[in-house]
Design a protein around this ligand. Structure first.
Ligand SMILES: Cc1cc2nc3c(=O)[nH]c(=O)nc-3n(C[C@H](O)[C@H](O)[C@H](O)COP(=O)(O)OP(=O)(O)OC[C@H]3O[C@@H](n4cnc5c(N)ncnc54)[C@H](O)[C@@H]3O)c2cc1C
Length: 437
């Protein structure tokens, strides 16, 4: 079978994370239908996690293509761009306070971003409670999506936006995520201005970080008077069971952490000891970099499913940029097929020499013209947008950042950080899209 035109294709996006929802939204804006399947029981089934900074050269580019940039600015917290870097003694090494109107990377809570994207979709776009297990069917389609519980759905194009442990990925690549050697343990503080004023002062309106090369702390203010702290350590993935504990042994975990951070200042140690409620363990996994796969006309990946990397503040941004590029590439193909003249333009450069016979018959003015007028190529808005998105994504406009002490997760992942830049421009981020164009 040959892939149907994108307009007629049944496009299935697996995963209602920031990548999948952005992709569906941009497809729908360009008149393409897409269904999103997510394993969560509903939009509020679980805590969406911490705050995100959406950057001018990737996340915001995608939001603009989704027609949601203004709405994002209404919800975002520009003051969240404040950043403090300290040493383990608690001395301030660097403090960035955002200037008036600075919108380089405003913060937004993940839950709010998800709601913004969900509300922008046509009703019924997302099917909740659909956990993909496998994909079957020939490479040139149609494909069968198999969901837990036995339900199957036939589809023409599968977009794997299902995160780190993607069930779509095996259809195009044997790569599996491996443990990076670094774990994030999450601690949570509520009602901080009232109940934890010292911690609120330490963190300010944005984030505060400290590291000693082996371990680190990163605290970030979330909306709703919450602070989330990531306790970052180089440790075996199963450190909790190795210590004979479970994740619910809050007091014992706290005692262990306080030993490991014994040489840190009391003010910073409070970030690991004064938290409300249990910790959340987040071992950090990565995919090999670069991760590429052979072209497949009916399956592709985006976001963490394609290039899982440590939390360097770009994962969501790149997932959304992937989504925009892929959706615009598909929409570009759609426009080419919808306008036969445009398709003819792509098929052969010869038609530039003059109008087609059919056009001549319909347009006496052209028939009378002794010198044939060159035909103007019908504009393809999606292709133009794609060019703009790619230009913006490659623009080296990030402000220079001061040197910081080596943090364990940064030191460990030098090659991954380089790879993030490579991925930003790597055609493999949209490798599978070409088949349906
Ligand atoms: C501790 C931590 C902190 C981070 N902080 C930042 C940050 O500050 N800034 C930043 O840019 N990035 C950050 N990241 C990275 C960021 O979270 C990811 O890069 C981003 O969420 C990837 O988006 P995605 O849409 O590709 O996948 P996800 O956000 O992982 O979304 C995947 C979706 O797919 C669904 N799903 C999964 N499996 C299935 C299945 N089998 N069937 C159906 N649905 C499925 C999930 O329910 C989910 O909704 C952080 C990561 C971690 C671990």
């Amino acid at each position: 079978m040959t892939s149907p035109a994108p307009r007629h294709a049944r496009i299935s996006v697996i995963g209602a994370g920031p990548g999948g929802l952005t992709c569906a939204r941009i497809l729908q804006r360009h008149g393409l239908a897409a269904t999103v399947y997510d394993r969560d029981a509903g939009p509020d089934a679980r805590d969406q996690g911490g705050t995100l900074d959406l950057r001018v050269d990737d996340g915001q580019v995608a939001l603009r293509e989704a027609g949601l940039l203004e709405a994002f600015f209404d919800l975002a917290r520009p003051e969240g761009q404040e950043m403090r870097q300290m040493n383990p003694d608690g001395q301030l090494l660097f403090h960035h306070v955002p200037g008036d109107g600075e919108l380089f990377k405003p913060e937004i809570d993940r839950g709010r971003l998800r709601t913004l994207l969900l509300d922008s979709l046509q009703p019924g776009t997302v099917q909740w409670g659909r956990a993909l297990t496998t994909i079957s069917g020939p490479a040139d389609g149609p494909r069968l999506l198999h969901f837990a519980g036995g339900c199957t759905v036939e589809t023409d194009l599968v977009i794997g936006a299902d995160g780190a442990f993607s069930r779509v990925r095996p259809a195009v690549s044997p790569a599996v995520p491996h443990y990076s050697g670094v774990s994030f343990l999450e601690a949570w503080f509520s009602d901080v201005d009232q109940r934890h004023p010292d911690i609120a002062d330490l963190v300010g309106q944005g984030g505060a970080a400290a590291a000693d090369g082996e371990r680190g702390l990163f605290a970030q203010r979330n909306g709703g008077d919450h602070i989330r702290v990531y306790i970052i350590r180089r440790t075996p993935a199963d450190w909790i069971t190795q210590n004979g504990l479970t994740i619910n042994d809050t007091d014992a975990i706290r005692a262990l952490l306080l030993k490991q951070y014994a040489h840190w200042s009391p003010s910073l140690r409070r970030l690991i000891s004064d938290n409300d409620g249990p910790y959340v363990d987040r071992p950090i996994h990565t995919l090999p970099a670069p991760h590429t796969w052979a072209h497949n006309p009916t399956v592709t990946l985006l976001g963490d499913a394609a290039h899982l990397m440590p939390p360097l503040g770009v994962g969501v941004n790149l997932a959304m940029l992937d989504a925009a590029e892929l959706a615009l590439a598909l929409a570009g193909a759609h426009h080419r097929r919808r306008h036969p003249r445009l398709r003819a333009h792509h098929a052969s450069p010869l038609h530039r020499d003059g109008p087609t016979p059919g056009r001549r018959r319909r347009t006496p003015a052209v028939r009378r013209t002794p010198r044939l007028r060159p035909r103007r190529r019908p504009p393809n808005p999606a292709e133009e947008k794609l060019k703009q998105v790619r230009t913006a994504a490659q623009h080296p406009c990030r402000p220079a950042r001061p040197a910081r002490p080596a943090a364990p997760w940064r030191r460990l992942t030098e090659d991954q950080r380089g790879a993030a830049e490579v991925r930003r421009t790597c055609p493999h981020r949209v490798a599978g899209a070409a088949g349906v164009m």
